[in-house]
Design a protein around this ligand. Structure first.
Ligand SMILES: *Cc1c(COP(=O)(O)O)cnc(C)c1O
Length: 464
């Protein structure tokens, strides 16, 4: 094997810095410091090239829902690679893994979401959705109905289309985004943006921005609204309870397609199979990826309602697709992942036991002097770091400075907890046990304590 398993860490870091460009990373800064090299993993634990164990509070990038090291998935890949490693689904061909996975997804997805278009990840699936909803309305004789409304600080991926749908200002600042006919409304982030309103009032007000935007653009020009049931990469932003019912009403009233980007919330993250079930919404399309294969293989999927699929199917050729749409190995692995999730009742068990346990413990972190709010929906959770809880204040330092310090303390204490600006977030594998949750909390509290004392020493507990 030519994989460099036995090189010393320093050599791996030097080669990494010399030849590997990292996503969402300051390359020069990383080269100076050296990447942490992860070499193996089992359950919820990672191990690095120095043999240090780290509890993965992020399930990779929100994806390893069934945990690391499930041999069944390796065996499914092995068997499928031997039988049929690749064939496409373009020219009126199909294969058993893609057929079986499509049937399974139709069974699991809510309502009449029964039709699946495949991609290699969430970004590609959202690019599919972007073209698909416009083509849908054009096929119905309404070619002007093409504007897509999305949200600031939403995340829908990194391709040109998906990053345009997303509302990340740092991404729009690079490469000339967003592309035309995509507009953004504000996010339902009460702690950060709610001012004097109650969460309920604020949730309604933010939902009604959708209605106002529809009027501004003109209902006959709006194709769809896209949003994550819970914003993940934006910092685990859980909308007030009033938000989603009002969004659903508005989409219904104005005949706007609702796209639920469930790349994170799909496959158990919020305690149900889909976040749409948790929020009782009826999307026309859901985007999935990540937990679909628990990250063991790259795969994404747009799951469409009967009505949307029927219109597309009768609109002639849909001139869109990826070489790896419905890749047989990825489909076989996803299918095995779904079998395990279902047969081992991983989601039901989490909902009954570890989600209530984590919810209670996470809420207790709000007593920490550095923590403003704590929120969670199932096994995704966020907290705001603040110099002044009562005022819901931000730090005087550049946004993210304090969050980064906290993440570094977590890393040093054997915990992957991510920071988004000055929010800290977790989304552990769904199979995390109570004992492992205890370990996660011990390490998190220690890291918060160390962050706080460092901030005090450096005179940084100062509000903006
Ligand atoms: C990660 C993510 C995506 C992008 O998925 P990729 O597989 O990275 O392309 C899209 N939407 C949401 C909500 C995500 O979290």
């Amino acid at each position: 094997m030519t994989i460099l398993h036995n090189l010393p860490t320093q050599d791996l870091q030097a080669l990494d810095a010399a030849h590997h460009m990292h996503p969402f990373t300051d390359g020069a800064e990383l080269a100076a410091k050296g990447a942490r090299v992860i070499t193996r993993a089992k359950g919820v634990m990672l191990q690095d090239s120095e043999g240090v164990d780290i509890l993965d509070g992020m399930a990779g990038l929100w994806c390893v829902n069934i945990g690391y090291g499930r041999e069944e998935l390796a065996n499914a890949a092995h068997a499928q690679m031997q039988q049929l490693p690749y064939y496409n689904t373009f020219f009126q061909t199909s294969h058993p893994p893609v057929i079986a996975l499509s049937q399974k997804l139709a069974e699991l997805a809510p309502g009449d979401l029964n039709h699946v278009f495949y991609a290699s990840g969430g970004s590609e699936a959202n690019d599919t959705n972007l073209r698909l909803v416009r083509h849908y309305w054009a096929t119905k004789g309404k070619p002007d109905k093409k504007v897509i409304i999305a949200r600031k600080n939403g995340y829908h991926g990194s391709t040109v289309g998906a990053a345009s749908l997303g509302g990340m200002s740092g991404m729009h600042a690079q490469g000339g985004l967003p592309i035309p006919d995509i507009v953004h409304i504000d996010q339902p982030y009460w702690w950060g943006e709610g001012g004097d309103m109650s969460p309920e009032e604020f949730g309604l007000a933010r939902a009604r921005q959708l209605e106002a935007m529809i009027h501004e653009v003109g209902p006959d020009n709006v194709a769809a609204f896209i949003a994550e049931p819970v914003q993940g990469a934006g910092g685990v932003i859980v909308a007030p309870d009033t938000y989603w019912p009002e969004i659903q009403r508005i989409c219904d009233d104005y005949d706007i397609l609702l796209i639920a980007d469930e790349v994170i919330t799909g496959f158990g993250r919020t305690g149900n199979w889909f976040g749409s079930q948790t929020y009782d919404i009826r999307p026309d399309i859901i985007t999935t990826a990540k937990g679909l294969s628990s990250g063991y293989m790259p795969i994404g999927a747009s799951i469409l309602s009967d009505e949307v699929a029927q219109v597309i199917d009768h609109g002639g050729d849909f001139n869109h697709g990826y070489t790896y749409s419905g890749h047989p190995v990825a489909c076989a692995v996803a299918l095995e992942n779904l079998r395990i999730l279902q047969e081992e009742q991983i989601i039901e068990k989490a909902a009954a036991d570890t989600i209530p346990y984590l919810t209670e413990k996470w809420a207790q972190l709000a007593d920490h002097p550095l923590v403003g709010e704590t929120v969670n929906k199932g096994l995704m959770a966020g907290l705001a770091l603040t110099p002044d809880k009562a005022a819901r204040a931000k730090f005087a330092s550049d946004p993210g400075t304090v969050g980064f310090r906290c993440r570094e303390r977590c890393f040093a204490n054997g915990l992957i907890m991510r920071h988004v600006g000055d929010r800290m977030i977790i989304a552990p594998p769904l199979i995390i046990s109570r004992d492992e949750i205890d370990t996660l909390f011990e390490r998190a509290v220690q890291s918060l304590d160390e962050t706080l004392s460092g901030l005090k020493t450096d005179g940084m507990m100062v509000a903006a």
